[in-house]
Design a protein around this ligand. Structure first.
Ligand code: OSB
Ligand code: MG
Length: 382
């Protein structure tokens, strides 16, 4: 890797900080979200090709230490000024590696670079990623599930699940936190005995909670995502042997090295691959290839992306080793399809709970400049 080499001459890069209203508030163990910010990256190549990327960071350093403000700073003051005029895929990218961390900022810029490269070559991003990884094929559509935030009461959770199943989603992910775990999941399992269900704890527990987490084994969950601290791969290796439910790591995995460590010490069995969290599509491809070679199941996580980030993540999820349902639901699950910044909206194929991977050259969806301007006007420093 990479098998394919390319070069890209850059004309200019511009940043568009935006805010989009979620159709319903999203609650996790680290807070409730109503207005989702992002930074949209636009890259214009000398050839006229245009690439787009999205930094799906938040207002606060809750899920990650990055925020939209740190991402803007790191992009504006370090990554973009140090970009060479002509980028070559087979050269050392000092401008990228000289910045430590800040993976979401890097992902936004790398997405804009690679969608511009794909557009120049007249191929989809999925096809470009396939050629870069050496994968033999890509999927035309990606199996997806829905992620449901913590509702004020479990009765509401049951209603939200019923609506999601009626919409055609075939896998339900429930956010859990202390006090909203065993009893909630027992009610859910009783109400939906055969539905594919998983839980995401977003680091809300510690190893002392092993007895409680073991009770979740009774509910036949597909997996439990990130039960323990975001910096603690070791403790997950102590927890996994005590559970029947497979552990999936999300927040703990930042690099291929983290995934290798997880695999070696048995800190979990499944990888949530978020390109935002691992610093972009190059590291994501390396992790994909490692998982493929080591029979580690993986799926692509979501971060309430707009259509730009969603298109990029769908291209990644089209790679063959992504075998579990990804958190890449239809546009209308999070945003009003008339407000999201690109068209057409992503729709769920209700017969098999999939979303189609864009096939047009480059990003594969069209940015609506008027909507982008409106979303940019809604961005305001808190
Ligand atoms: O932990 O997977 C997570 C959203 C924001 C930050 C972290 C997470 C999430 C989700 C949403 O679970 C998944 C989605 O975009 O559908
Ligand atoms: Mg998660």
């Amino acid at each position: 890797m990479p098998n394919l080499t390319w070069e890209l001459t850059i004309k200019k890069v511009t940043l568009h900080p935006i805010a989009l209203r979620l159709v319903s508030p999203f609650q996790t163990s680290f807070g409730t979200q109503h207005l989702r910010p992002a930074i949209i990256v636009r890259l214009e190549a000398k050839s006229g090709a245009v690439g787009w990327g999205e930094v799906t960071a938040d207002w606060n350093p809750g899920y990650s230490y990055e925020t939209v403000f740190t991402a803007k700073h790191v992009l504006e003051d370090f990554l973009i000024p140090n970009l060479p005029q002509t980028l070559r895929s087979d050269e050392e990218w000092g401008w990228l590696h000289s910045v430590r961390g800040h993976p979401m900022a890097k992902h936004g810029l790398i997405s804009a670079i690679l969608t511009a490269v794909a557009e120049e070559r007249g191929i989809s991003l999925a096809k470009l990623l396939q050629e870069m990884s050496g994968a033999e094929s890509t999927k035309k559509c990606v199996e997806v599930g829905i992620s449901i935030g913590i509702q004020p009461h479990v009765d509401e959770t049951l209603k939200v699940i019923e609506a999601a199943l009626a919409d055609g989603y075939g896998r339900i992910k429930l956010k859990i936190k202390p006090g909203r775990d065993v009893d909630d999941l027992r009610r859910v399992r009783q109400a939906f005995p055969d539905v594919v269900i998983m839980a995401d704890a977003n680091s809300a527990y510690s190893l002392q909670d092993a007895d409680l987490l073991r009770q979740l084994d009774a509910f036949k969950l597909l997996m439990i995502e990130q039960p323990l601290a975001y910096y603690d791969i070791h403790d997950h290796s102590q927890l996994q042997p005590q559970l029947k439910t497979p552990i999936c790591l999300d927040e703990s995995l930042h690099t291929l090295g983290d995934v290798k460590l997880m695999h070696k010490i048995g800190a979990g069995k499944i990888v949530n691959l978020k390109p935002q969290r691992v610093g972009g599509l190059f590291e994501a491809l390396a992790i994909h290839d490692f998982c493929a070679a080591n029979a580690m199941p993986l799926w692509v996580g979501g971060m309430l992306e707009t259509a730009v980030g969603r298109a990029v993540s769908l291209a990644l999820a089209s790679l063959p080793a992504v075998t579990l349902p990804s958190d890449l639901s239809a546009t209308r699950r999070y945003y009003n399809p008339d407000e999201d910044i690109a068209t057409p909206p992503f729709e769920l194929n209700t017969e098999d709970s999939t979303v189609n991977v864009p096939t047009d050259p480059g990003l594969g969806v069209s940015i609506d400049m008027a909507r982008l301007a409106r979303a940019e006007a809604a961005f305001f420093p808190l």
